[in-house]
Design a protein around this ligand. Structure first.
Ligand code: GRF
Length: 193
């Protein structure tokens, strides 16, 4: 990544749609000395996202835009990110697909976490599909975002063994625990730290 890690931390926004457990792990990581990022902004398309509570808890600015008119919401969002000097975006359970135009504006500076071993199982219902296909392993992937869904350069992956009586819920839980470790690790790797 071309961003310099200089002295000040990279001003980062996290985009969420739900629980925000990855957001929480990123906030905790960002407060460690070794973290190259500081989380300055939380964005959600969903007013009811539980993860928005972390904004209040950790005194981080937040914004909600419903994305019903994607173009309008994205333009507003770009403006807000700009005035807040946001340099990097981490998608963490963000359920909207960003437009080509938006991605271009943050080219190479948007990361996503996906609960599968990409390129396998892009998109939704990853656990269900992995179980149906009788996979022995699944896992999670942190990748850079490009204009094709779940297809950007892979930064880091973690493999998880699927057990005999695995269910969608148990697999999701098992992988989520690994996601919380993987995202910070991937950020360190991205900056060669
Ligand atoms: C994670 O499994 C993430 O990989 C997926 O959605 C889930 C979000 O969980 N895209 P949380 O909101 O971070 O708890």
């Amino acid at each position: 990544m071309v961003l310099s890690t200089g002295h000040s931390k990279i001003r980062t926004a996290v985009f969420i749609s739900g629980t925000g457990s990855n957001l929480k792990s990123l906030i905790k990581f960002s407060k460690t000395i070794k973290s190259p990022i500081s989380i300055e902004f939380i964005f959600s398309n969903n007013l009811k996202a539980k993860g928005l509570n972390y904004a209040k808890l950790y005194k981080i600015k937040k914004k909600v835009l419903n994305f019903k008119n994607k173009n309008l919401s994205e333009n507003k969002l770009l403006y807000i990110l700009n005035i807040n000097n946001i340099e990097m975006i981490c998608l963490a359970g963000f359920m909207k697909i960003l437009s080509k135009n938006f991605i271009k504006k943050f080219k190479g500076k948007i990361l996503n976490i996906h609960p599968s071993l990409l390129p396998k199982y892009k998109g939704l219902n990853t656990h269900k599909r992995a179980l149906k296909n009788k996979e022995k392993y699944s896992g999670c992937t942190v990748h850079l975002v490009n204009s094709r869904l779940d297809s950007g350069r892979i930064v880091l992956q973690k493999k998880v063994k699927i057990s005999k009586n695995e269910t969608v819920a148990s697999l999701a839980k098992k992988i989520l625990v690994q996601e919380h470790k993987l995202y910070p690790k991937a950020i360190l790797k991205l900056f060669n730290l």
